[in-house]
Design a protein around this ligand. Sequence first.
Ligand code: GDP
Length: 140
Amino acid sequence: MLETTFSIVKPDATKRNLIGKIVSRFEEEGLCVRAMKMKQLSAQEAEGFYAEHRERPFFKDLVNFMTSGPVVLMALQGEGAVLRNREIMGATNPADAAEGTLRKLYAESIEANSVHGSDSAESAARELAYFFSGIELYNN
Ligand code: GDP
C-alpha cells in the first residue's frame, strides 16, 4: 500500500553534516521526499511532538536534545513507507540496531539516535499534520 510517513533528521545528525547521507539512503531504498524543511524547534514544539513521552524519566533530556540544533522534517512516500522507514532506521538504541541501519551507522546514543520515524500510520498522520500543512505535501 502506498503510504506517507514522517521522518526527522535529528540535531546530532544535522550537526555532523549527515543530512545528505541520510536522505540519500531513503531515496536509494525507494522512498520519495514529498515535503521537507529545516527548522529549529522551540521547547514547546518538541514537548508537543513527544507528548506521549511526557511521563518518561528522559522527557526533559529528550526535549533539550531535540532543541539543541536544527532538525530536518520530511514526508516520505512509498510502498509500506511506515514499516520500511522503521526498518531503514533500526532499533532505538544503536547498540541493538541491525547492521547497515541508519542508527547503527550514525547514532551516538539511545537519545542522540540521528533519525525519527513514525511508528504507525496513525502516528504518521498526526505527526505530518503537526509540522506540515496539506499544501506543503506534494503527491506527484
Ligand atoms: P523511537 O520510536 O525508536 O524513536 O523510540 P521511542 O518512541 O521509544 O523514543 C523516542 C525517542 O526518545 C528516541 O528516539 C530517543 O531519541 C529518545 N529515547 C528513547 N529511550 C530513551 C532513553 O532510555 N533515554 C534517553 N535519554 N532517551 C531515550
